[in-house]
Each structure stands twice: as C-alpha cells, then as structure tokens.
Design a protein around this ligand. Structure first.
Ligand code: ADP
Ligand code: MG
Length: 693
C-alpha cells in the first residue's frame, strides 16, 4: 500500500486522539497533510533591531535581559525587559513558572518572535515565542520561512509542523509516492513546478524572498495546486456527464397530437426562444440516454411553460414527471399554472408540500406510487423518504441555484425503481458567467431562453437616497389611486431571518399609518405556509394594494398588476438577487418602476453597482458587469447553496487560471482519462459522490 494513503496515526507521535483532531481538519491519511497548506508564513530568518520596531509589527528580535519583575498590578504578570544596541522592549507573560522567572537573569541573551504593541511602558510583546540563547557564538537564525497552519482545538502549530515534516520526508525518500498527474508538457507550457517541488516549497519555502508571492497567492507553487484543483472540479463534472450518457433512460418520444393540442390551447403564442428550447429538450428526451439540461432564462422569460411542455413529453409517453420548486409559494403557483394548462387533458396534477398531512398526503403518495397521478409539483417534500413513483421519466428542478447538488441527486434517485434514470431539466434565472458556468455546470447541456415575451416594457429603475422616503410614500399613494399594486421589500444584512421579519413588521406598520387609504399586508419567511399563501392569494386577487415583504418574494411570484417595487437598502444585496427581486414587476403590459432606496453615504463600488442595475434590464449583462466589478469569488460566494467549495483555489485570487481550464480539461479528458479518479480522490475526497449527480 502507498504509505501516503495510510492513516495519519501511522506517523510518529500521533495517537488515536490526535488522529481524531486531525480528522476535524479533514486530514485522514498522510497525503492529506501535504495538501493542508499554511495560511501564512512567519519570517524568522532575520533579526529586526529593537529600536526600529513599531506597534503592529511582527518580527524576530534578540536582546539581553535588563531585569525581570512580577507586577502585582491588575492581572499578575511577569515582565522581562530586554535590550539590544538600538533600544528596549518588554516581554509580558500572564502564565509562567518560577523556573521561567529565574531563567531570565540579567545579561541572559533571549531571542523571540512576536507582535509588538504599545503597552504600559512603551513597546511590548505578549507571550512571544522565545528561546534563551545559551551560546551566543553559535546562535543561528532560521534559514526558511516558518509555516503557520490552520488549527483546530487541541492541535498545536508544532504538532502539525512535525506531522507535515514526516509526510514530506516520506515523499523525499520515495518520490514515486506522490504521483504528479499533470503531464510535463503542460507544466512547461504553464510554467508550473512539478507537484513534489510545489508542495515542498509551500511547506518549507527556501528563499525568504518567496514570502510576498506566497502571501499574496501569486507564487507558481500555489498557482499550480490551485490549477490542479480547479481542473479536477471540471474533470469530475465532465466525467459525470460521461457516466450519465452511459445510463439508460426512458424514451420520451411524446405524442405530436397532444403536443399540438397543448400549444394551441395556451393563452399565448410561444416565443421563438421558447420553441427553440422546447425543440432541444424534445430531441434529448427522444434518446435513451438521460437528458441533463440546464435552461437559463432571465426572469419573466417564460421557463415554466417550457417545463410544462417537457412534462407533457413524459406523460404522453407513459411516464410521470416531477417538478420541484424551492418555496411553497412557487410550488403552489406552478401547481395552478400546470392545472390550467393541462385542464384539457385527462391529467391529474398533484401538489406535494411539507404542509400536507394525514389523509390528503397519503392519498397523494398512493397516486404517485400507483402512477394514477402523472404530474407532481412540490417542494423538497418530493424527494423525502416515503415518496415513491411508479414510472418517473422526468425531473424538473426550478430555480436550481436554491438547491444543493445533493437534493438534485436525491430526486433523480427516485426514478431508479423502474431501472431507468429519469431525464433531468434544471432551470435558473440567475445567469452565471461563462467562465464560472464551466465549474458548476459542465455536467449539463445548456439551453438559453434569450428573449422575453412580446410587449414587455423595460422596468424603469431609479436610485434614490432614503431621505426622500416621504416622496416615495406619496408616489405609492398616487399609484394605488390608479388601482395598481406595489411591493415594498425590506432587506437586512444580518443573516438572522428573525431580524428581517421584525424590520418588515415595523415598516408595514409605519406604511399603514402613513397611507390610511391603502390596504397594506405583510409577508415574511417566518409565517406559516398557509398564512403566506392566503396573503399571496389576497394580493393576486387585488384585495391588498401594497405588499410589504422580505426577500421571500424573490423567486418566481407572478402578479402582473403589481408594477411598482421599492427596495430598501439595495446596496446590501447581490446584483443578481436584486435583478430577481425586480423581476417581480414588469410582468404586465403597462409601465413599471423599481425604486432602489439606499442608505447614504454610498461607497463608490455600491454606487457603480446600483448604476448597472439602473442602466440594464438584462440579467446576463448585469451578471457579467457584476463579475467585472467584484470578481468571481464574490459573485459565486453569494450563492449559498449549490456553490462549489475549494480547498486551495480562491476564485478571486485565481481568476486568471479559469481561462485555460476548459480547453486543457477537454484535452486531459481525452488523453489522460486514467488520471481523473486519482485526482478526484486527492481533491474531492469524500465529496466525490457529488460528481455523480
Ligand atoms: P420565469 O422564466 O421567470 O419563470 P414565468 O414562467 O413565470 O417566467 O413566466 C412569466 C410570465 O410570462 C407568466 O405570467 C407566463 O404565463 C407568461 N408567459 C410565458 N410565456 C409567454 C409568452 N410566450 N407570451 C406571453 N406571456 C408568456
Ligand atoms: Mg420561474
């Protein structure tokens, strides 16, 4: 067995307990240690004259003890003053032994490393790393930078350093242990060091000059590892696509008569883009390999009816279809739309949400299991245990960025009863720039609905400071007098939903007071689903004029008569999220408005970002510009679920690497397929199951 694949407890000094602590850092086998990189480095290679220290500097110094004293004042502490030719400094210890105290005899030479701060009597270092230098003649500084590792409770820097050192020694001793899967030609082309060398450098940087490049992430050793990691993510998705293509799926040839009937009975003609995407889906579903297709389309582009058409393909071929939405609100809306669109067919559409209990629930479960319900719409409840399908042929996942990859997998697993893998359609309105798409969606084929239904007018967006609130309120009053409806969206930076809801409650009260003739209602995420639904229904039926909401209304909700939206503190949200929110208006054929009401002062960056939103109604343009301004790390970081996590790569820092990944990945895929599994083991480890999604 490769020694690097042995558990860390095979190393000297690591028992079962320490091994468990290492495991908390994701380190199980010896090889994991090699990829556990320092977060930073300490430079103990040169001495800083004490006189040139300044507060905040971390440095290595050496000096002779002038005196050592225990200060009873405040918290009892040991103060040791040392000095060199240029100045003095105090070392401060709150924990110390009598032996330590006595060792600091006047005249003794002490070297220490720590951060200088202002203290009681000038500069001091608290609990520095120190050594008493017995033999000043032979005092030697470190020749290499000292790595500082991420820690976990119960593990010291020294414990990790020792373990890493042993792991490195193993590789030096036998260079075959750590395989470099990147071909030499590629390394030369990209000017990357070989794996072994990169790892040695990162753990024990030789040249002190490397410090800056290592710290800011531009060092080729670090770039090389980041590149390998990104490449591996790409390859794992590419492979998942290949695996998928080798599975068998039901053939959903559809029924031209039914399709024709369906399209003719729709209340609107399909757009060219919708027809094109429907064609792509139909071509896919006709084949015995499972479709894995992403439909990207801006808010309001009409993705739902495309999903309905796909469902029709399934049911008219004798299979079931399941449509999963991220919120109950949205599931219910889809349920109503589907019920209407399929009303001319003998097709039972059922709705399965977490709310559903008792007899109703068991009836629906029975109908899904015996196949008498061909179409199921629902939330996460669709893929919980106990939900079984008779012949699931298609899964649709709406607003896929709201789901984790594992939920996507779980729903598809439901199809395995029939021995075939269902076709999968995922839909998103959140456009993702091309360079990033290849890290998230390389397992999927992509269709784009790049056209809005005719007659949509662009939403007129303005950016205004919150001190013009009075004007805004007056505007609502005039708007509602024209029998139109509006949204008021409260946002808070706090993660806490409770606080968001509280803020929304207060705002609703204040607005109701300020606008006595306006029917104000409140909707937020902590309400019971039934309550939310009742309010949404009331809003749809125009029993409510102004809906005060938290960001729960972000996805999908469709009320064409509501053409005015006020968003408070828009500077706190990502641009894509704002664009989604704003997409709630502009659904009818009259003019619509969005007021972004910010809290002054606005940073330059925030001003630019809100400006992008004001100037464009195109989700793709907005996403690209946001990417330019904020960098991919930020942009991807704001999508909570479904995001890819990296060990070493940092999309903000390593954005330059993305350009090459796809092209090199494709070549790699063809030329070195055997390297993919070991790379996945190395970089994705336990999370590899996700590659199979
Ligand atoms: P999204 O892509 O944001 O999910 P929806 O599917 O909710 O968009 O559609 C938005 C609105 O546009 C809905 O009211 C829908 O009925 C309507 N719609 C969809 N397609 C068309 C079309 N081709 N012509 C007119 N209206 C359409
Ligand atoms: Mg939608």
């Amino acid at each position: 067995m490769n020694r690097l694949q042995q558990p860390v407890s095979a190393l000297a000094g690591i028992g079962a307990q320490t091994a468990r602590r290492f495991e908390k850092l994701g380190i199980r086998v010896i090889q994991d240690l090699l990829f556990h990189l320092p977060v930073r480095y300490e430079d103990r290679t040169r001495l800083t004259p004490i006189g040139s220290l300044a507060a905040g500097m971390t440095a290595m110094i050496a000096g002779r003890v002038e005196f050592a004293d225990v200060l009873p004042r405040g918290r009892k502490s040991l103060i040791v003053r040392i000095a060199d030719d240029t100045g003095f400094i105090s070392l401060k210890f709150f924990h110390y032994s009598a032996n330590q105290f006595h060792a600091f005899a006047p005249g003794v030479l002490v070297s220490c490393f720590g951060e200088a701060r202002y203290g009681y009597a000038g500069l001091e270092m608290t609990h520095p790393d120190y050594q008493i230098v017995a033999d000043a003649e032979h005092f030697a500084l470190d020749t290499r930078l000292t790595p500082v590792y991420p820690l976990t409770e119960g593990l010291s820097q020294n414990a990790i350093r020792k373990a890493v050192k042993q792991a490195l020694a193993l590789c030096t001793h036998d260079s075959r242990l750590l395989t470099d899967w990147l071909p030499e030609r590629l390394l030369r082309q990209l000017r990357f060091p070989a794996l072994q060398q990169a790892i040695q450098t990162l753990h024990t940087p030789g040249e002190p000059g490397a410090s800056v490049a290592l710290q800011n992430g531009s060092h080729p050793a670090l770039k090389r590892l980041a590149f390998e990691e990104l490449l591996t993510h790409y390859l794992s998705l590419r492979r998942a696509k290949g695996v998928n293509q080798s599975c068998e799926a039901p053939i959903l040839a559809g029924d031209p008569v039914a399709a024709d009937h369906f399209i003719r009975r729709l209340p609107f003609p399909l757009t060219t883009a919708q027809r094109r995407v429907i064609g792509e889906i139909a071509d896919n579903c006709r084949k015995p390999q499972p479709m894995m297709r992403l439909v990207q389309g801006d808010v309001g582009s009409g993705k739902t009816v495309v999903a309905a058409y796909a469902a029709l393909l399934a049911i008219s071929s004798g299979y079931q279809a399941a449509v999963m939405a991220p919120t109950e609100l949205l599931a219910e809306q889809h349920y109503r739309n589907f019920s209407q669109w399929f009303s001319h067919f003998e097709t039972k559409v059922v709705l399965l949400t977490g709310q559903l209990k008792g007899k109703q629930r068991s009836e629906i479960l029975a109908a899904l299991k015996d196949g008498s319900a061909p179409i199921a719409i629902g939330t996460h409840a669709l893929f919980q245990d106990g939900v079984e399908f008779d012949r699931l042929g298609l899964c649709v996942i709406d607003e896929q960025h709201r789901f984790g990859v594992h939920q996507r997998l779980a729903l598809r697993e439901k199809g395995h009863q029939s021995g075939l893998r269902p076709h999968q359609l995922v839909m998103t309105a959140t456009p993702i720039p091309r360079t990033l798409a290849m890290l998230q969606y390389s397992d999927l084929d992509i269709s784009v609905i790049d056209e809005l239904p005719p007659g949509r007018k662009p939403i007129v967006t303005s950016v205004i400071p919150a001190d013009r609130r009075g004007e805004v309120i007056a505007r609502i009053s005039g708007w509602v007098a024209q029998k139109k409806q509006a949204y008021w969206v409260c946002t808070l930076i706090e993660e806490s939903e409770a606080l968001q809801c509280e803020a929304a409650e207060k705002t609703a009260e204040l607005l109701a007071e300020a606008l006595p003739s306006v029917r104000v209602a409140l909707i937020h995420g902590r309400m019971k689903a039934a309550e939310k639904d009742a309010i949404m229904q009331a809003f749809k039926q125009h029993q409510v004029d102004l809906l005060v909401a938290t960001t729960v209304i972000e996805v999908g909700v469709d009320v064409p008569n509501a053409g005015l939206m006020i968003i408070e503190n828009p500077e706190r949200l990502g641009l894509s999220q704002l664009h989604q929110l704003r997409g709630r208006v502009g659904r009818g054929d009259s003019d619509s408005y969005c007021l972004l009401m910010y809290q002054a002062p606005l940073s330059e960056m925030a001003r630019q970002r809100l400006g992008i939103l004001r100037d464009s109604n195109d989700g793709f343009v907005i996403a690209e510009k946001d990417l330019e301004l904020r960098g991919p790390g930020e942009v991807l970081g704001t999508r909570q679920t479904g995001a890819v996590h990296f060990k070493i790569a940092d999309l903000s820092r390593d954005a330059d690497l993305l350009d090459n990944i796809q092209q090199i990945g494709e070549q790699f895929f063809r030329e070195a397929p055997d390297a993919i599994q070991p790379l996945c083991d190395r970089w994705l480890g336990a999370s590899t199951a996700y590659a199979e999604v």
